[in-house]
Ligand binder design. Structure first.
Ligand SMILES: [Zn+2]
Ligand SMILES: [Zn+2]
Length: 248
């Protein structure tokens, strides 16, 4: 039995359950979490299988080996305490995510990302609806950062759980403000605005964990009651589902 996988899976489930209960208690907007649940379960399983296959074939093999040989930083840095290296790797990986997400909103890469923007009922689980290509692209910045700081493989399940929890957090149907820390960390309303179809929300709020990138580079859009409850998500034509699911 793969113990780290079992622990990671249990932690992810517990985190999802936690957000589910919070949403039951005080939802931000009145949505129907069951409306697209079957569709989401189906496409998430298919997309995850494609991503898992490609991750084992490429990211964990050829790409990781190449990165380890070519991007790992000097020993004076990789010999620093593990907690410091993980923190730096997550910050740099998060900046890479911000750039990748902005690029995915430009014409050549929009095809990889549009599936995520077809979510109409936004709640903690719905954010897992991403194309296989999207999932691979957003893994790359974090993988590069992990290799730069020589983060041991044994730590990766923990990081995966944390980033999975972040995905649940930013998509959760909760009206939570962190006060002044809103300028540093993404909140659910901040990412909710990114999904809004409103014109004032177009190309706003690209960050994943840290909102400071959006404030630094002028792409931050402040959440509002109007954006919170605005219409979200493109309609997917039935003949486009497969193409959007793969992300090509
Ligand atoms: Zn987006
Ligand atoms: Zn999202």
């Amino acid at each position: 039995m793969n113990i780290p996988l079992l622990i990671s899976g249990s932690l992810i489930l517990a985190t999802g359950g936690f957000f589910h209960i919070l949403e039951n208690h005080r939802p931000l907007e009145d949505i129907d979490r069951k409306r697209h649940l079957k569709f989401d379960l189906t496409v998430i399983v298919i997309s995850s299988l494609i991503v898992a296959g490609l991750t084992i074939l490429l990211l964990d093999g050829v790409v990781r080996a190449w990165l380890t040989n070519n991007v790992q930083l000097f020993e004076s840095i990789t010999s620093q305490p593990l907690w410091l290296r993980i923190t730096l790797a997550l910050v740099i990986g998060d900046f890479g995510y911000y750039i990748a997400h902005r690029l995915m909103h430009t014409p050549p890469l929009w095809r990889t990302h549009v599936f995520h923007h077809s979510i109409q009922q936004i709640y903690w689980f719905s954010g897992l609806r991403t194309s296989a290509m999207n999932s691979l692209i957003i893994r790359l910045p974090y993988l590069i950062a992990m290799c730069m700081f020589a983060i041991p493989l044994s730590v990766l399940p923990l990081i995966a759980v944390c980033l999975g929890g972040v995905n649940f957090w930013v998509h959760s149907n909760l009206n939570i403000s962190l006060g002044p820390l809103n300028y540093l960390f993404i909140t659910p309303p901040f990412h909710r605005a990114h999904h809004s179809m409103s014109e004032i929300a177009i190309d706003r709020n690209f960050g994943n964990v840290l909102s400071c990138w959006d404030y630094l580079f002028g792409t931050a859009g402040k959440p509002s009651v109007e954006l919170n409850t605005s219409v979200k998500g493109f309609e997917i034509e039935p003949d486009q589902i497969l193409r959007q699911l793969v992300g090509l």
